[in-house]
Write a protein that binds this ligand. Structure first.
Ligand SMILES: CC(=O)N[C@H]1[C@@H](OP(=O)(O)OP(=O)(O)OC[C@H]2O[C@@H](n3ccc(=O)[nH]c3=O)[C@H](O)[C@@H]2O)O[C@H](CO)[C@@H](O)[C@@H]1O[C@H](C)C(=O)N[C@@H](C)C(=O)N[C@H](CCC(=O)O)C(=O)O
Ligand SMILES: Nc1ncnc2c1ncn2[C@@H]1O[C@H](COP(=O)(O)OP(=O)(O)OP(=O)(O)O)[C@@H](O)[C@H]1O
Length: 523
């Protein structure tokens, strides 16, 4: 793969991004590699100087390693002797030039994008599970858990971001296309729009699941308005939009969709019982609970409007994933499958098999409570999780193991206190990716917002011990919720991913030890 200097200049000019260029007559004008990391540079690399942590010495290193052209927002003396493309916005330039370098792989994929504060990963996995039924497993995936770019074992790997940098995204897309993948489902975070990681991409389908305050703080969004604005961009860039009519800020969400999409291509869904007298639009799809217990989640999708009836997806669906919130995620995904051309039977078969690592993984123990490992790590998901357990088990004793991460999501901490006050009987406040903060201080911050007349609190910073103690103190009929880390195999401590056996493993060991049983978590 390669890109010429002239093509780069034309693309940047077309998008009004080019401020100036310096072309070197004696330097090759073809670039055969792209990179934003000086440690990953080959001969004739197009190098992007980007990011808060960029240092000019990285450009010197890139040049020494063979880069022949750099793209930056200002000229650097360190780039003397290289072609220089000085641009108004380097992250936008990187997205456009990477797409061109990798020969626009998005054009060969049916591209589905999902956003929302909660449920992105689950919905993306549901979509992949269904589409794989009809395309022979050729659905690529970009998610916060795994990235899938092909059907071989090595084509599935752990993701480092929910939505990767544009350069990595287009590379993954190219690999997926070359591997014969026909569809791609991707989670799109608000940061992805803030950082122009998906700049220039148009999706065949775009999903908006829900929005509640999250990701606000240093290094993320300055305020909720910015968070919402970034999330709305997904709908502006989708050919067909699927929107949860129950979402907060519905009017703004719907308005964003209509800026580029005809209302005929906007599909709304909601629970059967949901009413909103102020809603002017027709809700196209409804979903209704059929059976909801610890064994299964069974729900019905109803096609209500004329345009909904054109999709042959009405009927019953069964999930392995527990939780009433997964009916909403499941309905969204089923509508997507229908718009991608699937009918009820294939969709129902596909979705019934799906599990998502670290989400709602449960074990019903013999002598102790029902133990659930789940990725809930903000107020909305904790409320959804504990609310489901309370309804489902008729007001059980709820024991929660939870912590808040350091350095980010600071505004989430009061949310943990609120949700524990609302539902928990006992909380073990523990360590969850403390970063450069003191985990004890984080726990004390959550504790300060807890109503101790309702919730008994133990601060136990050793996460393994907290999990053991929570399971150990539980009796039959109690619920033990181990929240926030899912299947993460590390704790982020002072910039280092410190190995951690994962909540599933720790909980399993505790159950084995306490009960002498050798069973496995199910989800
Ligand atoms: C705020 C943000 O988007 N940060 C991301 C961004 O950082 P950055 O552009 O500022 O880059 P940097 O890490 O400061 O480094 C500067 C540059 O120097 C380069 N470098 C560095 C060292 C060297 O020796 N040589 C060299 O060239 C680096 O490759 C980089 O290009 O680019 C980096 C990759 O180049 C990402 O790792 C980093 O994600 C950080 C770690 C992160 O955690 N981001 C979170 C907030 C995030 O994006 N989360 C969302 C989910 C949350 C949501 O739902 O909104 C996500 O999509 O994952
Ligand atoms: N629709 C929903 N509404 C509220 N909570 C949900 C919903 N779907 C899932 N959850 C809860 O949120 C947790 C995370 O779900 P999931 O990973 O699908 O969401 P996500 O949007 O990808 O999250 P994140 O951005 O934190 O990675 C689940 O483990 C569950 O507790």
């Amino acid at each position: 793969m390669s890109i010429s200097l002239n093509t780069c200049i034309l693309i940047l000019k077309e998008h009004h991004l080019l401020k100036s260029s310096a072309v070197q007559d004696t330097v090759p004008s073809k670039m055969e590699y792209v990179s934003y990391d000086s440690r990953d540079v080959h001969t004739n690399t197009l190098f992007f100087c980007k990011g808060a942590g960029f240092r000019p010495t990285f450009l010197s290193m890139a040049k020494a390693n063979g880069a022949n052209c750099y793209v930056a927002e200002q000229p650097y003396p360190e780039g003397k002797g290289m072609h220089a493309l000085i641009v108004r916005n380097v992250s936008k330039a990187m997205a456009l030039l990477s797409a061109a370098f990798f020969r626009f792989p998005q054009d060969d994929l049916y591209l589905i994008a999902v956003t929302g504060t909660k449920g992105k990963t689950t919905t993306a996995y549901f979509l992949k599970g269904m589409l794989d039924q009809v395309n022979g497993g050729k659905t690529a995936l970009i998610s916060s858990v795994n990235t899938v770019v092909g059907q071989k074992k090595d084509d599935t790997f752990k993701s480092s971001l929910t939505t990767p940098e544009s350069l990595d995204l287009f590379r993954d897309m190219r690999t997926a296309v070359d591997n014969g993948m026909t569809h791609m489902v991707m989670e799109v975070s608000s940061q992805a729009y803030k950082k122009n990681r998906v700049f220039g991409l148009t999706y065949d389908l775009g999903f908006f699941l829900n929005i509640t305050p999250d990701h606000i703080g240093p290094n993320e969004h300055p305020n909720f308005a910015d968070y919402l604005h970034c999330k709305l961009q997904l709908l502006v860039n989708a050919r067909k939009c699927i929107i949860n009519a129950q979402t907060d800020h519905f009017d703004e969400v719907y308005a964003a969709a209509t800026t580029t999409t005809d209302p005929d291509s906007i599909y709304l869904f909601a629970a059967e019982k949901f009413t909103n007298p102020n809603l002017k639009q027709t809700i196209d799809f409804r979903f209704a609970t059929e059976e909801l217990d610890m064994a299964q989640t069974k729900f019905q999708v109803l096609c209500v409007s004329d345009k909904a009836k054109k999709l042959k997806i009405a009927g019953d669906y069964q999930l392995k994933m527990l939780g009433d919130f997964n009916e909403s995620n499941g309905t969204a995904a089923v509508i997507g499958a229908g718009l991608a051309g699937m009918d009820h039977d294939d969709a129902a078969k596909g979705i019934s098999q799906v599990t998502v690592p670290g989400r709602m993984q449960t074990e019903v123990t013999k002598e102790h409570g029902v133990v659930v490992v789940d990725y809930a790590h903000n107020e909305a998901s904790m409320m959804a999780l504990m609310g489901f357990m309370q309804r489902e088990f008729n007001n059980p004793k709820i024991i929660v193991v939870v912590g808040a991460p350091g350095d980010k999501g600071i505004s989430r901490r009061p949310g943990f206190s609120h949700s524990l006050n609302a539902y928990a009987d006992k909380a073990f406040l523990t360590t969850d990716d403390p970063g450069f903060e003191d985990p004890k201080e984080i726990a004390q911050e959550i504790d300060a917002g807890i109503d101790h007349s309702k919730v008994d609190v133990t601060i136990e910073l050793d996460r393994k011990k907290a999990i053991y103690d929570a399971i150990s103190m539980s009796n039959k009929g109690d619920i033990v919720l181990i929240c926030g880390k899912g299947e993460d195999g590390f704790q982020k401590v002072r910039g280092v991913d410190t190995p951690y056996p994962s909540d599933i493993t720790v909980a399993q060991q505790a159950i084995d030890e306490l009960e002498g049983q050798k069973e496995h978590f199910r989800s």
